[in-house]
Design a protein around this ligand. Structure first.
Ligand SMILES: [Zn+2]
Length: 109
């Protein structure tokens, strides 16, 4: 199951609960380009020196670049917002009564 963008947390929680989702695979977040769905590859700050604003490179250590279209991403923007959302939803699902169904993981990205 793929969910993109931040919808209402209650809706997401409801959808997950209905589908028996009890935990969220955080590793999958941000592994795809949001522009073209290409694979993101990790890059060092030096590799992207000309691509990222100084303000960004000063405060972030992890950078990614789309292998297909070349779009640059870094932790702290879209990626960390998605992680925060996933964490919130997961903690809310986790507080619910133990589900009778088998545990299932989903990817958000
Ligand atoms: Zn791309």
């Amino acid at each position: 199951m793929l969910i993109s963008g931040a919808g209402d947390i209650d809706d997401i929680e409801h959808i997950f609960a209905k589908n028996g989702v009890t935990s969220i695979e955080l590793d999958g977040i941000g592994s795809r380009c949001s522009m073209c769905n290409g694979l993101l590859e990790e890059r060092t700050r030096d590799q992207l020196k000309s691509e990222i604003p100084n303000k960004v490179s000063d405060y972030h250590n992890k950078f990614y670049q789309c292998a297909a279209c070349g779009k640059v991403y870094w932790e702290g923007g879209h990626l960390s917002r998605m992680r925060a959302l996933a964490k919130t939803v997961e903690s809310r699902i986790g507080r619910a009564a133990p589900p009778p169904w088998p545990h299932q993981k989903v990817k958000i990205g």
